[in-house]
Design a protein around this ligand. Structure first.
Ligand code: BGC
Length: 509
């Protein structure tokens, strides 16, 4: 009997040891997995590092590429496209103008009434999502949709059209893709970006396609200006503030433009001799430099995209891609550990995590990160993750957004450096030494796009990095101004500026 009791006791003790051993083993394994997750995130953070030294290298690389792109056609990945915009609105324009804006997920139609003295008396906008199917259809179907939408808009809101003599018939067209312009109101599409792929459109004249579609719908309107969204943003920026010299768009895609001296556009010397300056559409989404902090996630994203080896800067910065970089990191973490629970198939779906959702995760300020939990559940099919895992999610968003915002800041300072507005006198320009010669001028950069206007942390990181790169003496002279709907309004203003009826009311650059 005694032996039996002893046996049971020994058995129990052994059992307890085994259970304890299993539990300790599990805990060690779980700690190790957690450690792996933390290490992977830390490594990701290190590879995306954007110290001010590195950002300054990006600034210089941007300046070098700008020079190369201006020197010869194909001289750089930066196309540095001529816009033929030699006149920017100065606030004195008046009349009713329409604008169409095609470029991101939404299509916009605008009607504005300008009243002179920098005033916008009325401003009507309609936003419509572009049906996915049209983004890969034919040019005729695509432009028919645009013309029909404009017709409906005029029927609904354009009741003053007849009252406004002919002025209401001038139209500005913001087309936010790389276009080789042949005049301020004509140009051919070079390539699609941002998921659009209407093959028969490439190399076609964009305005001709629109003008034909307008005629098919019986709309007697004149496309007076074809502009990139960055150029539209610059136009409205300049309309509101004459010190505006550059504009940046950070939305679904990204781009920048600025006012360049005509004699700096070496690739077109002959063409531009009579003009003092011209707006240059940089198409900076395609910028590339070995100084950009690229990760394996960026490489994979690019390889699986519709346009591999293209738009490299855009793929690190813009709204179309940021959410997907986060998704890729979370996918990797889920493959390496079980901290996100069983592997969710949603994590292999490209673009399932949009950038607005990523921003919502990043900006969740609830104590238990309930918004993060909700998005994980509803969008990624990941359930019941503990708080520390939700925090990891926020951290990944932070790393991705911080890098993007700081790279945009470097791009902006690159432009300022090129035109000697960064306080250093520029890389090669002997003239206008800016701050050093006591000439530092107030410099405004107009900024449009949801990442800047609606994603507060992104905006803060960007502003902070611009100030960091410029230094505290120069930074106060550089002002970034938000332009809501700027690109569309700007196109209408450029239609006004280039309208035969308004030739006296514009400012020559
Ligand atoms: C296009 C640019 C455009 C930018 C912002 C890029 O993908 O190439 O033309 O300005 O997106 O919309």
């Amino acid at each position: 009997m005694g032996k039996l009791v002893l046996g049971i006791a020994v058995g129990c003790a052994v059992m307890s040891c085994v259970i304890a051993g299993v539990m300790v083993g599990r805990r060690i394994r779980s700690r190790r997995r957690w450690w792996n997750v933390v290490t992977t995130v830390e490594e990701f953070k290190e590879t995306t590092e954007t110290s001010v030294e590195r950002l300054r290298q990006v600034v210089d690389a941007m300046v070098v590429e700008m020079h190369a792109g201006l020197a010869s056609e194909g001289g750089s990945k930066l196309k540095m496209l001529l816009t033929f915009v030699e006149k920017l609105p100065d606030g004195s324009e008046n009349g009713i103008y329409y604008a169409l804006h095609v470029g991101g997920t939404n299509f916009r139609i605008l009607r504005i009434q300008l009243g002179g003295q920098r005033s916008i008396l009325a401003h009507d906008v309609d936003r419509k999502p572009i049906p996915q199917i049209l983004m890969t259809s034919t040019s005729e179907e695509f432009f028919d949709f645009i013309a029909l939408s404009l017709k409906e808009f005029i029927e609904r809101k354009g009741d003053n059209l007849q009252l406004s003599h002919d002025r209401g018939k001038d139209l500005g067209f913001t087309f936010s893709f790389p276009v080789k312009q042949t005049s301020v109101s004509s140009g051919t599409l070079i390539k699609w970006t941002k998921g659009f792929a209407i093959e028969d459109m490439v190399e076609k004249d964009v305005v001709e396609c629109l003008q034909k579609a307008l005629s098919r719908r019986g709309l007697d309107m004149n496309v007076a200006a074809l502009v990139n969204d960055s150029v539209g943003t610059l136009a409205v920026g300049h309309f509101l503030d004459n010190d505006t010299v550059a504009a940046v768009v950070i939305g679904t895609g990204t781009n920048a433009c600025y006012i360049e001296r005509a004699d700096a556009v070496i690739k077109c010397q002959g063409l531009l001799t009579t003009s003092g300056g011209m707006v240059i559409n940089m198409e900076w989404g395609n910028f590339w430099s070995s100084h950009l902090p690229r990760t394996s996630y960026d490489i994979d994203l690019d390889a699986e995209s519709q346009n591999p080896n293209d738009q490299g800067f855009e793929k690190m910065i813009s709204g179309m891609y940021l959410g997907d970089i986060v998704r890729r990191v979370i996918h990797r973490l889920s493959l390496e550990s079980d901290v996100f629970g069983p592997l969710s198939s949603k994590l292999s779906t490209r673009f399932v995590l949009s950038t607005p959702l990523m921003a919502a995760i990043h900006e969740d300020d609830s104590s238990d990160l309930s918004q993060v939990a909700k998005i994980l559940e509803e969008t990624l099919d990941i359930h019941d993750v503990p708080l520390k895992v939700r925090k990891i999610m926020v951290k990944v968003c932070d790393v991705v957004t911080r890098r993007a915002a700081r790279l945009v800041a470097a791009g902006i300072v690159g432009i300022l450096k090129k035109i000697s507005r960064d306080g250093t006198g520029g890389i090669s320009s002997g003239r206008n030494k800016g701050y050093k010669s006591g000439k530092m001028r107030r410099t405004v950069v107009a900024v449009e796009g949801g990442l800047y206007t609606s994603y507060t942390i992104f905006r803060e990181y960007l502003n902070e990095a611009v100030a960091e790169i410029l230094g505290e003496e120069i930074a106060p002279y550089v002002i970034l101004k938000t332009m809501e709907d700027g690109s569309g309004i700007g196109a209408a203003m450029l239609a006004a500026a280039n309208s035969a009826r308004n030739v006296d009311t514009v400012q020559v650059l």
